[in-house]
Design a protein around this ligand. Structure first.
Ligand SMILES: [Mg+2]
Length: 206
């Protein structure tokens, strides 16, 4: 095995923010452009109170919403090239573990090359919001060895760059551009990538 590559699902393999914006428009009657989502905290980006944000998070994590998310352009091709070169692809998500069935179905339907699916406690979901939300900790994940991490959350990218001895490809998204930029905070460990083509070219053999 050439090495193991960590790949996030939401807004890395799947165009999740776009789907969430559709649900937001249906429920709140307000259209939101992806460029307006400047904070990863949707309470801030969408102007929701903590209670409304909890309702919204439950709403967007319904299986019928998650099942319909469009794939991110170019991801499957890059993953397939890594697998051809002998890499293991570990899909690691911060979704609540209750979404496991729909997440597995989606990965299979979209023909995403991968060897495993891990639920990581990235966002500390409260038990009130998603019951049975046990996921592994970053510390537990750090016992595994990774050659590369692909993430879109600036905060998670920084935490992982510290915990895992692996470079992080940060997919450029409106919500990870605010200063201080993670790639400036952790120079030489976090690399901002424009899109999947960029990731595939810069990390052909991570
Ligand atoms: Mg993500």
């Amino acid at each position: 095995m050439a090495g193991c590559i960590y790949v996030d699902i939401d807004d890395v393999l799947a165009q999740t923010a776009r789907a969430f914006a559709r649900v937001f428009e249906q429920e709140y009657g307000r259209r939101i452009d992806l460029e307006e989502i400047e904070s990863f905290d949707l309470g801030v980006s969408l102007g929701l109170s903590p209670a409304s944000l909890d309702d919204f998070m439950k709403s967007v994590h319904r299986p019928e919403v998650l099942a319909e998310i469009e794939p991110m352009e170019g991801a499957v091709e890059v993953l397939a090239a890594w697998v051809d070169r002998g890499y293991e692809v570990a899909v690691v998500t911060g979704r609540p573990p209750g979404t496991e069935a729909v997440s597995r179905e989606w990965l299979s339907k979209q023909e995403v090359p991968h060897h495993s699916l891990t639920f990581l406690d990235k966002y500390s979901w409260s038990e009130d919001l998603f019951s049975g939300s046990q996921a592994i900790s970053i510390e537990e994940l750090s016992r595994r060895s990774f050659s590369l991490v692909v993430e879109d959350s600036a905060e998670v990218a920084c935490r992982l760059a510290g915990a895992l001895e692996a470079p992080v490809a940060l997919l450029d998204r409106p919500w990870n551009r605010s200063s201080p930029r993670p790639e400036d905070e952790l120079k030489g460990r976090i690399f901002r990538c424009r899109d999947w083509q960029d990731i595939g070219e810069r990390f052909a053999q991570p």
